[in-house]
Design a protein around this ligand. Structure first.
Ligand SMILES: Nc1ncnc2c1ncn2[C@@H]1O[C@H](COP(=O)(O)OP(=O)(O)OP(=O)(O)O)[C@@H](O)[C@H]1O
Ligand SMILES: [Mg+2]
Length: 271
């Protein structure tokens, strides 16, 4: 860019930074339920963008639409400027989108390390001949992949637990393995669906630090989270949903004071 600004600074000053993720007019209904009803948002590279709202407001559906698990009925979704609506999930993943799930989805009988290795597959290209012949290059690549998986486990505070089967890890540890697996894909856009659910306060702090660091490394994070304190602490920007619609968008402290947001959370009608 040549201006000496960081990407996040350039974004704030409107200097033509392409959003890592952009949604415009996105809709998705299930029968008569308008789960996502005209959602627009932009996530800047190098930032943590919170997506909050009451239960059933459409947060997970947004993540499913972005990751390609669901297809939008209407609207535009783009990842670093590339339109993704209609692409299969693996193509969207190849564009740089990785996610965790609200309900943990690990392979319970695989070790933590092997679960993370699953996330690296986009970046591993050993030749088939090398693998079949057991060539040293294939073994070297395997060792390298193991070391990278262990480094990611270390990063989420699970360094010594790599050999443990996922089923033997605590709920909070399993969530952290999911984050490590998503990071293994080296995503431009990381989608986290309630990553701290079921964690104790020490684990929450550890995950908060990991999320901030991921953003500092230049990734864009879309964070669905019920813990308002955490959202205040680590989000650069907030979008609030209610009944599938955006009811507020902006800086966290200001957004959380808006009457519509307070009313949505307290379940009363807005003043
Ligand atoms: N596959 C589905 N089939 C039918 N209805 C669905 C489906 N997925 C979501 N819904 C409905 O869409 C609405 C939004 O659900 P969604 O799971 O996106 O909400 P959420 O904000 O993630 O809620 P929570 O905070 O409880 O996780 C809800 O009314 C839900 O019942
Ligand atoms: Mg949800």
């Amino acid at each position: 860019m040549g201006t000496g600004k960081t990407t996040a600074e350039a974004w704030r000053s409107g200097d033509g930074v392409t959003p890592a993720l952009e949604l415009a007019g996105v809709r998705r209904a299930f029968g008569g339920v308008r789960a996502v009803d005209g959602v627009a948002l932009k996530v800047a590279p190098g930032t943590v963008h919170g997506l909050i709202g009451p239960n059933g407001s459409g947060k997970t559906t947004v993540i499913n639409l972005v990751s390609g698990l669901l297809c939008a009925d209407e609207g535009r979704i783009s990842v670093v400027g590339r339109a993704t609506v209609g692409l299969p999930a693996h193509r969207i993943a190849a564009l740089g989108v990785a996610r965790t799930f609200q309900n943990i989805r690990l392979f319970p009988d695989l070790s933590a390390r092997h679960n993370v290795l699953v996330g690296q597959h986009l970046h591993r290209h050993p030749s088939l001949a090398a693998l079949l012949c057991g060539l040293p290059s294939a073994h070297a690549e395997e060792r390298d992949a193991d070391a990278k998986a262990d480094a990611l486990l270390e990063r989420v505070g699970l360094g010594p637990r790599g050999g443990e089967k996922a089923r033997n890890l605590s709920y909070g540890e399993q969530r952290r393995v999911e984050i490590a697996r998503a990071l293994a894909a080296r995503p431009r856009v990381l989608l986290l669906d309630e990553p701290t659910a079921g964690m104790n306060p020490i684990e929450v702090q550890a995950v908060a630090a990991v999320i901030r660091q991921v953003a500092a490394d230049g990734h864009a994070v879309l964070l669905v989270e019920h813990n308002v304190r955490l959202v205040m602490d680590i989000c650069d920007h907030l979008t609030v949903l209610n009944f599938g619609r955006v009811i507020a968008d902006g800086a966290p402290a200001a957004v959380l004071k808006e009457p519509d947001v307070v009313a949505a959370y307290l379940g009363t009608s807005a003043a």
